[in-house]
Design a protein around this ligand. Structure first.
Ligand code: ADP
Length: 269
C-alpha cells in the first residue's frame, strides 16, 4: 500500500485520536500532482467498477462521515464522477422519519445497501446513531453505548456476505468549517447549503470530537476499517479517498465471469 495512504488507516493498535492528525496535512503532495493523480485514479476506478458489475458477486460500501461542511457531497461528486451511474447507489441519511422511526436504527441502513456488483455510497450512515444521537442525548446512554458492538456485529455479518466496507472520516479544522460557512453565506449560489442549525451544531464541536474518537477506537476493524482523511485541502481529500477505494478494488482481484455457454460455435445471420 502507498505509504501516505497507509498512515490514514485507524487500526485498533494505533490508538489514533483526531488530535494526533493535522487536517491540513497533504503528505508532501502538491495540488497539481494531486489533480493529475486523481484523473488517473478515476480512469482505473471506472475499469474496476465494470469488472465488479460484470462479476456481480460482491459489493463495495463506502461510508462517508464528517462534521458539517467537511465535504461529503464534494467528495462524492469529485471522486465518483467517472463511474457508471447504473452500478452506483448513493444514499443520504437524514433525521429518521416515517417507517425509519418505526424500526431499529439499522433497518434503513440494511435497506440501502448496494446490490452485489454495485458500489454503495453512504452520505452519513448508521454512525449518526452514535454521533448526533449521543451528542444530543436523543436516546439514553444505556441505549447508544451498546450500539458500537451492534455496529461491529452488523458490519462483520455484511463483510462475511461479500460486502466490502470502507469508512472515511473527512476531518476539517474548526477554522476551516468557519471559512466554509462564511463562503456559503457570502456566495449567493451557495446560500442554499447554509442552515442556521449548522451554527448551533458548531457549539457542540468538542462533544462531536469525543464521539468521533470513540467511534474510531471502538469500530475500526479489519473487516471495516476507518480512515481519517485530512480534509482541509479538498484536492488532497479527493485523492486520498480515490486512492483508498482504488487500492481496495484492486485487492479484490476482480475478473469478468466466464461465459455461461460455449461461444466458439455460435452462428447467426
Ligand atoms: P447534510 O447531510 O447535507 O448535512 P442535512 O442538512 O439535511 O444534510 O442534515 C441531515 C441531518 O440529519 C444532520 O444534522 C444529521 O445529524 C441528521 N441525522 C442523520 N441521521 C440521524 C439519526 N439517526 N438521528 C438523528 N439525526 C440524524
Amino acid at each position: 500500500m502507498n505509504h501516505a495512504v497507509s498512515k490514514l488507516i485507524v487500526t485498533p493498535e494505533k490508538h489514533l485520536k483526531l488530535g494526533d492528525i493535522d487536517p491540513d496535512e497533504s503528505h508532501g503532495m502538491t495540488k497539481e500532482a494531486a489533480l493529475d493523480a486523481l484523473v488517473q485514479c478515476q480512469k482505473r476506478l471506472s475499469v474496476l467498477q465494470y469488472l465488479l458489475y460484470a462479476e456481480g458477486r460482491r459489493a463495495l460500501l463506502v461510508v462517508l462521515q464528517g462534521i458539517d461542511a467537511a465535504g461529503k457531497d464534494g467528495t462524492i461528486r469529485r471522486v465518483m464522477s467517472g463511474l457508471n451511474p447504473q452500478g452506483v447507489r448513493v444514499t443520504p441519511f437524514k433525521v429518521p422519519e416515517g417507517a425509519e422511526k418505526r424500526h431499529d436504527y439499522l433497518w434503513r441502513i440494511h435497506n440501502s445497501l448496494p446490490e452485489y456488483g454495485q458500489i454503495g455510497i453512504f452520505n452519513r450512515s448508521h454512525y449518526e446513531d452514535v454521533l448526533v444521537v449521543r451528542v444530543h442525548g436523543l436516546v439514553p446512554k444505556s441505549v447508544w453505548s451498546k450500539r458500537y458492538r451492534q455496529i461491529n456485529d452488523f458490519e462483520r455479518m455484511l463483510s462475511e456476505n461479500n460486502v466490502r466496507i470502507l469508512k472515511f472520516l473527512l476531518y476539517i479544522s474548526k477554522e476551516e468549517q468557519a471559512k466554509r460557512f462564511r463562503q456559503r453565506l457570502e456566495d449567493k449560489r451557495k446560500n442554499w447549503k447554509f442552515s442556521p442549525d449548522d451554527v448551533k451544531e458548531r457549539q457542540y464541536w468538542d462533544a462531536y470530537i469525543d464521539a468521533y474518537n470513540d467511534v474510531l477506537e471502538k469500530c475500526s476493524t479489519d473487516y471495516a476499517p476507518w480512515y481519517v482523511i485530512p480534509a482541509n485541502k479538498k484536492w488532497f481529500r479527493n485523492l486520498a479517498v480515490a486512492q483508498i477505494v482504488l487500492e481496495t478494488l484492486e485487492s479484490m482481484k476482480l475478473k469478468s465471469p466466464k461465459p455461461t455457454a460455449d461461444l466458439s460455435n455460435i452462428q447467426f445471420e
